[in-house]
Write a protein that binds this ligand. Structure first.
Ligand code: NAD
Length: 451
């Protein structure tokens, strides 16, 4: 690699791009770079995923197999578990998980392992970008020191006087804004925030991403870019908590919160609708805010909004189970011994993602309170063992009038578009609806409990 590689190099065609972590974030990004004509290598520690990808197969429902096949055939995309091949690429993008550990504290072990895997292979002039969501300071404090063990330097510097500060490699942070299943905004249409460790690193990352997204938004540091991602997700988390709390009050006051939200949404400025539900799910919103509260402790700062939102949102599955018990009670039945059908286990509609799904928590609580239950979800024909739950061997039951009628209550937990909620209400004895999925159902409204 050249000693004096300039950031503008990354404006070039046919770059070699390495994406580490071929999951929900890394795989679409890899395919987007391949689509733009670059040669992409996906690095993953899971040999099963690597084999599937090299065979042109998708393991994520919304990512088309034909697309992977096309780029594998044209040699624009391949996958490997061999990290020594990192030596051969121009840019390395890190998209590995950033979960919470058992104590609900940041688990940066995947990012750390990845930096350790890059280190012996790091080449002069390479660009490294961290995309995994994390607290402000991670790129500087965790990734940089590991990479600099090579002896290569990337200085922390900002301002116009450092516009051309010499860099032996470039390092940046650029948060991912992927919204799985969103048909309106795909990766290419979503503006991408980029912060470099220094101005040349920022320019290098801007040049790279400008080739695959409509707009790149540079910020002054990696910390600002890391914080921007957390602000976005904390904004959602806090507003969802607010509307969940107002829903519970509205239920008590006999006011329809969904009607209220629709009415408030007609205000053309200063209002953005958020919708209540059975609790938070997905890999981001329930987890990311805690990355910031953890880091804030280092600064003797208590992030009260985050804690309060967490408290309200965590209580939602408990609220749902209490509402199911109350609904059954009205039918002279106890929760214990009742047979229930959980409709939808994915964390949100139309995705094949179970991570942090509130449906799982609801099922666990129902189990603890002695209810019997089955589930239906077109995206999950069966359930496997998970970190916090054991619903192994459970299979999605078929959805037909006979099965629906055989349960004491049907709990709508995820409002997949493929469900015919009119038919569900027609057949079921009782429906507990956590998503207002039955809003357009006019028949048998007396069977429906909104919660
Ligand atoms: N899923 C989303 O919608 C979304 C949106 C925005 C940001 N993010 C963030 O992006 C990051 C990745 O999330 P994801 O949803 O793609 O996760 P994922 O679990 O779908 O994918 C991660 C991939 O990394 C692989 N992996 C794990 N350790 C590795 C290692 N040491 N080296 C190489 N590969 C390794 C796994 O096998 C897996 O294929 C997280 O920080 C997440 O918070 C996710």
């Amino acid at each position: 690699m050249p000693v004096d590689r300039k950031p503008e190099f990354f404006k070039g065609a046919q770059l070699k791009v390495g994406i580490i972590g071929c999951g929900y974030v890394g795989l679409p990004l890899a395919l987007r770079f391949a689509e733009a004509g670059h040669r992409v290598t996906g690095f993953d520690t899971d040999p099963g995923k690597v084999s599937l990808l090299n065979a042109g197969k998708s393991f994520i429902q919304h990512i088309q197999q034909t697309k992977i096949q096309q780029f594998v055939n044209s040699k624009h995309f391949s996958a490997t578990t061999d990290f020594t091949k990192l030596k051969e690429v121009d840019a390395i993008i890190i998209c590995v998980p950033t979960p919470l550990d058992e104590r609900r504290e940041p688990d940066l072990s995947y990012v750390e392992q990845t930096a350790q895997a890059i280190q012996p292979n790091l080449q002069r002039g390479q660009l490294v970008v961290l995309e995994s969501t994390t607290y402000p300071g991670t790129t500087e404090e965790l990734v940089l020191p590991i990479l600099e063990k090579t002896g290569l330097r990337c200085p922390i510097a900002s301002g116009p006087e450092n516009e051309n500060i010499p860099c032996e490699f470039f390092l940046a942070f650029s948060p991912e804004r992927e919204d799985p299943g969103n048909k309106q905004y795909g990766l290419a249409q979503i503006p991408k925030v980029v912060g470099g460790l220094n101005p040349p690193s920022c320019r290098a990352a801007v040049a790279l991403y400008a080739q695959v997204v409509a707009r790149v938004v540079p910020v002054s540091s990696t910390r600002a870019a890391e914080m921007a991602k957390l602000l976005e997700n904390i904004f959602r988390c806090v507003n969802i908590a607010l509307v969940n709390e107002l829903k519970m009050l509205s239920l008590r006051m006999n006011i329809d919160i969904w009607e209220v939200i629709d009415a408030a949404s007609t205000k053309p400025f200063g209002f953005m609708p958020f919708y209540p539900g059975p609790g938070l799910g997905g890999h981001c919103i329930p987890i990311d805010p805690y990355y910031l509260s953890w880091k804030a402790r280092e600064f003797d700062f208590s992030t009260r909004f985050i804690e309060l939102a967490g408290e309200v949102n965590t209580a939602m599955p408990y609220h749902v189970v209490d509402a199911v018990a109350a609904a059954l009670n009205n039918h002279k039945k106890s929760l214990k011994g009742s047979k229930l059908l959980i409709l939808g286990v994915a964390y949100k509609k139309d995705v094949d993602d179970l991570r942090e799904s509130p449906s799982l928590k609801i099922m666990q609580l129902l189990q603890q309170r002695g209810a019997e239950f089955d589930y239906n979800d077109p995206y999950f024909p069966k359930l496997h063992k998970m970190r916090h739950y054991n619903f192994e061997n459970m299979k999605s039951v078929p959805l037909n009038p006979e099965t629906l009628a055989s349960y004491d209550a049907v709990v709508i937990s995820t409002d997949h578009a493929s469900y015919d909620f009119g038919a569900v209400v027609d057949a079921a004895k009782l429906v507990v609806d956590t998503r207002n999925a039955t809003r357009r159902v006019t028949r048998h409204r007396n069977k429906i409990i909104l919660c």
